[in-house]
Design a binder for this molecule. Structure first.
Ligand SMILES: [Zn+2]
Length: 314
C-alpha cells in the first residue's frame, strides 16, 4: 500500500480525528489534563470547521474539557485535518524534499500557510534521539565523509567573484543501516573529532577516504579497524569505498538546490534532520507517516509558540 492510498482514506476531518484518537489513546480516552480514564462525551452542534468531539473529565478536582487535538499543534490551526494529513504524506513521500511552493500547489492553500505547514511538519521529522536526548551509536561498517553546501556568490562592488563560506555537513552511515547528517561550522579536526566520537560506536569499522583528517582520526580512535580509499586512484576497490555516503550527500544536495533553491545556515540543521529521518525510514513509509503524526500530537515536545517563534522572521 502506498502512502497516497492511505490519504484517500482520510477524506473527512472526522476520519482524521478517529486516527489521532487511536494513536493518542490506544487504551481508551484519557483526560489530557489529569490522566484520569473517567471521561464523558459531549455532543456539540457542528459549526464550520469546528471540532465536534469533545470530552469532559468527570474527576471532581479536574472536570476540564478536551478533545483529541487538545495540547497538540492541530488545535492551533484553522487548516482542516484532511489537509494536514495530506501534507504529512506528501513530505514523507518526497525523496528530495518538498518546497513550500510545491505544497501550495498540491493543497490549494496560500503560500504563507503552505510555508508554515512545511516548517512545522519538518520540525516533527526528527530522529528520536533529538526529541528524547538519547543518541544511539552507529556500528558495523560506518562510512564517513564531509560535504559542503551553500555559499552565496558575492559580486557587489567587487572586480572578482567571491563566495561566502560554505556550510560543512558531516555524513555518517552504517552500511545497510542508519544515516546521520550533522552540520558543523568548520572542517577543523577539533570540531569534527568530537562529532564522530559522539555518533560512531568504538567497536565499528571506519571507512573513509585518505584525507589528512581521517587518517589522523582513524589512527587515534580506530586502530586496525580503519579502511581508507585513495580517491585520486579509484572510487572503490571491492568493499573499500565511500559510495554509500556519497550517494546520500548527492540526495541531500539535490534536495537543497532542487526543491529549496537555497537553505540558510540557520535552517540547515532542520533540513539535515529531515533528510536523514526520511532516508532511515524509506522502506517503511507508513510507519514514517505514523511517527511524524505522533510527534505532531506531542504538545509538550512541539509547542506551537516555540515553533512559530523559531521560524518567524525568515
Ligand atoms: Zn481530568
Amino acid at each position: 500500500m502506498k502512502l497516497i492510498d492511505v490519504t484517500k482514506q482520510f477524506t473527512t476531518d472526522d476520519k482524521c480525528l478517529d486516527y489521532i484518537e487511536k494513536m493518542r489513546w490506544p487504551h481508551g480516552v484519557g483526560c489530557v489534563h489529569c490522566g484520569s480514564m473517567s471521561v464523558s462525551t459531549i455532543t456539540r452542534t457542528a459549526g464550520k470547521n469546528k471540532r465536534t468531539r469533545i470530552y469532559q473529565c468527570v474527576e471532581k478536582e479536574c472536570g476540564k474539557q478536551f478533545s483529541a487535538t487538545s495540547g497538540t499543534i492541530f488545535n492551533d490551526t484553522h487548516l482542516p485535518l484532511t489537509k494536514w494529513f495530506m501534507a504529512i504524506a506528501l513530505i514523507c513521500e518526497a525523496k528530495k524534499g518538498l518546497s513550500a511552493l510545491q505544497m501550495q500547489r498540491h493543497l490549494g492553500v496560500n503560500y504563507r500557510t503552505a510555508w508554515h505547514l512545511c516548517h512545522r511538519i519538518r520540525e516533527a521529522m526528527q530522529e528520536g534521539g533529538l526529541l528524547t536526548g538519547e543518541v544511539t551509536l552507529l556500528t558495523g561498517v560506518v562510512e564517513t565523509d564531509e560535504t559542503y553546501v551553500g555559499g552565496k556568490v558575492k559580486r557587489k562592488g567587487r572586480p572578482y567573484v567571491k563566495r561566502d563560506k560554505k556550510d560543512v555537513v558531516i555524513g555518517m552511515i552504517e552500511r545497510g543501516g542508519k544515516l546521520r547528517f550533522i552540520p558543523v561550522k568548520d572542517n577543523k579536526m577539533s570540531i569534527i573529532e568530537p562529532v564522530l566520537r559522539e555518533h560512531i560506536s568504538a567497536d565499528a569499522t571506519l571507512q573513509t577516504d585518505e584525507s589528512a583528517i581521517y587518517t589522523i582520526f582513524g589512527t587515534r580512535h580506530f586502530p586496525g579497524r580503519h579502511r581508507m580509499i585513495n580517491h585520486t586512484r579509484s572510487y572503490g576497490i571491492g568493499d573499500n569505498h565511500t559510495n554509500t555516503i556519497e550517494n546520500a550527500f548527492s540526495l541531500l544536495k539535490r534536495g537543497i538546490y532542487g526543491s529549496f533553491h537555497k537553505v540558510s545556515t540557520k535552517h540547515l540543521p532542520r533540513y539535515c534532520n529531515e533528510f536523514s529521518y526520511r532516508f532511515n525510514r524509506r522502506k517503511e513509509q507508513l510507519a514514517m507517516f505514523d511517527a511524524t503524526l505522533k510527534n505532531l500530537t506531542r504538545g509538550e515536545v512541539l509547542p506551537y509558540k516555540k515553533l512559530t517563534s523559531q521560524v518567524s522572521g525568515t
